[in-house]
Design a protein around this ligand. Structure first.
Ligand code: MG
Ligand code: ZN
Length: 219
């Protein structure tokens, strides 16, 4: 990158940070805990949100979702609505990440005062979502077993900024060469002591630990 281009990128990121701070203020004012949920495509982000919604149905917790996609589809937001929770679909117009402006616009369409939890499902991508703050309270990544055990080594930046790591699709471990020790060693180097839950959204295995973490944040 030329020096000129670096300056432009810095400017964009600074403007994004200011907007992210404003988003955080709105969320704090309405006492809405918020999550930036990141993952590669197909890791199970929407399934994980749905599993969380279903598990908390009896708890009287209102969960809103912002669904980021690069195409004008409503596949994921339709699923959230069908589960009885409000969802706003954001079409990034081809952009491979959400930014603070997109989240700001989506916040306008949600009754924040009614929400206990807001999950922002970022665009499926392990690279630039890590660079754009959204104003959310925590960064969570879903890594799924079929993606392979080398991802922390190949995409270190996204792992460095995480508050929680979800290892999904552990029901597939018997069928896939996924070295859990190698994977966890890679994570430990980048983000020592990172809170990690190994789960299967399909079987429900491990979901309980995640729910306990989440519920502690919502009280
Ligand atoms: Mg999805
Ligand atoms: Zn991007």
């Amino acid at each position: 990158m030329t020096e000129h281009r670096i300056k432009i990128v810095e400017k964009i990121l600074n403007a994004n940070d200011r907007l992210a701070n404003a988003n955080r203020q709105r969320l704090d004012q309405s006492s809405t805990y918020s999550i930036n949920l990141m993952a590669s495509p197909g890791a199970g982000k929407t399934s994980f949100i749905l599993a969380t919604i279903h598990a908390l149905l009896d708890e009287n917790i209102q969960i809103g979702v912002i669904e980021g996609d690069t195409a004008p589809v409503t596949i994921d937001s339709d699923k959230i609505n069908a589960a009885g929770m409000p969802a706003v679909q954001v079409n990034t117009g081809g952009e491979c990440h959400l930014d603070a402006v997109m989240v700001e616009n989506a916040l306008d369409q949600l009754a924040l005062d009614d929400l206990d939890l807001l999950v922002v499902e970022n665009v499926g991508n392990l690279i630039c979502p890590a660079a754009f703050k959204l104003g959310t309270h925590s960064n969570i990544l879903i890594a799924s077993v079929p993606e392979g055990d080398d991802k922390p080594y190949k995409y270190p930046n996204i792992y460095r900024g995480l508050d929680v790591l979800i290892i999904n699709k552990v029901d597939l471990l018997p069928y896939i060469d996924f070295d859990m020790n190698y994977f966890r060693q890679g994570v430990e180097i980048l983000n020592p002591g990172l809170t990690t839950f190994a789960v299967s959204c399909k079987t429900g295995e491990g979901i309980e630990g995640w729910l306990d973490w989440l519920k502690a944040k919502l009280t």
